[in-house]
Design a protein around this ligand. Structure first.
Ligand code: SAH
Length: 278
């Protein structure tokens, strides 16, 4: 393959004020080889590469041209960063803005896009592997298991500086009994567990935590809701961890309801049961 698909190259958004272009690129959960080929091609051609130092592996910037400007964004506020992007784009530069995981999940995209639109700067989003899916892979689970869970809720617990809209509090989401993936919530583990149990998950509900999925220092915890607070405290995780909750998280070999799917007594669209226990 010598060329990227056209959609990676043509502006999605019309009437640009300059020939500059901003690519928001999902950098994946950590391991550099989880970057998409499209993301890599755009880093290779960029004039400016911006990346969140603590969440994106600096090795991804090695794909950049030797003369490209590389900017770590950890020391900048979102406003400062966005201003820098706008200025570079108005100078006609191609900008690769690397975001952790997939940009559409807690990526502060909305704030950045409003500012780019106001300045007449064209932009494109390139998807990436969210840490939610990296965590599921690391755990070896399917988040949607037939008859067990067919819904995945991605959310966070509310905080003082980050309230969640009405109707999205953990207690009401817990009432669905679906698979829940909690971002940005590990420091509130006591409240997470309490609200999920009050909302209706039984204490024995399977839970898993993944710290720095796909990084060399990745760690995993598995347990049930009732004891999970102590497990997280003992592990001393305070950042970059996901919490996954729900019956789908049970380890595959431990769950005979799931293996029933593949047993002879189970009917579905393509197979008729030989005999059905009464
Ligand atoms: N857009 C990102 C999420 C950014 S919000 C994505 O799609 O993954 C930052 C939060 O994401 C962290 O607090 C943590 O909850 C989660 N996170 C990001 N990378 C992670 C990783 N490698 N392992 C576990 N959790 C991660």
């Amino acid at each position: 393959m010598t060329q990227e698909p056209d959609s990676a190259l043509s502006p999605q958004h019309v009437a640009p004020a300059s020939s500059g272009h901003v690519y928001f690129i999902g950098a994946g959960p950590g391991a550099p080889d989880l970057l998409t080929l499209r993301g890599k091609a755009l880093i290779e051609r960029a004039d400016v590469v911006l990346y969140a130092d603590s969440l994106v592996d600096p090795r991804l910037t090695e794909f950049a041209r030797p003369d490209a400007e590389i900017v770590g964004s950890a020391g900048l506020t979102l406003e400062e960063l966005t201003e820098r992007i706008v200025q570079a784009a108005l100078e006609g530069k191609q900008i690769a803005r690397l975001q952790s995981g997939d940009p559409s999940i807690y990526g502060a995209m909305h704030e950045q896009i409003v500012r780019l639109n106001a300045a007449g700067v064209a932009w494109t989003i390139v998807p990436g592997v969210s840490s939610a899916f990296a965590a599921a892979a690391v755990l070896g689970v399917e988040l949607t298991v037939p008859e067990i869970a067919q819904t995945v809720i991605m959310t966070r617990i509310s905080g003082k500086a980050s309230p969640v809209p009405q109707g999205e509090d953990l207690r009401s989401l817990a009432a669905h009994g679906a698979t829940l993936v909690l971002f940005l919530s590990i420091t509130h583990i006591a409240r997470v567990v309490q609200e999920l149990m009050e909302g209706g998950y039984p204490p024995e509900t399977p839970v898993a935590g993944v710290y720095r999925a796909t990084w060399p220092d990745e760690e995993i915890l598995r347990g049930s809701l009732a004891g999970f607070r102590e497990q997280v405290r003992a592990a001393r995780w305070t950042r970059q961890a996901l919490i996954l909750v729900g019956p789908a998280l049970a380890e595959i070999a431990d769950d005979d309801r799931r293996s029933r799917l593949y047993a002879g007594d189970f009917s579905h669209l393509f197979r008729t049961a030989r005999s059905r226990p009464r």
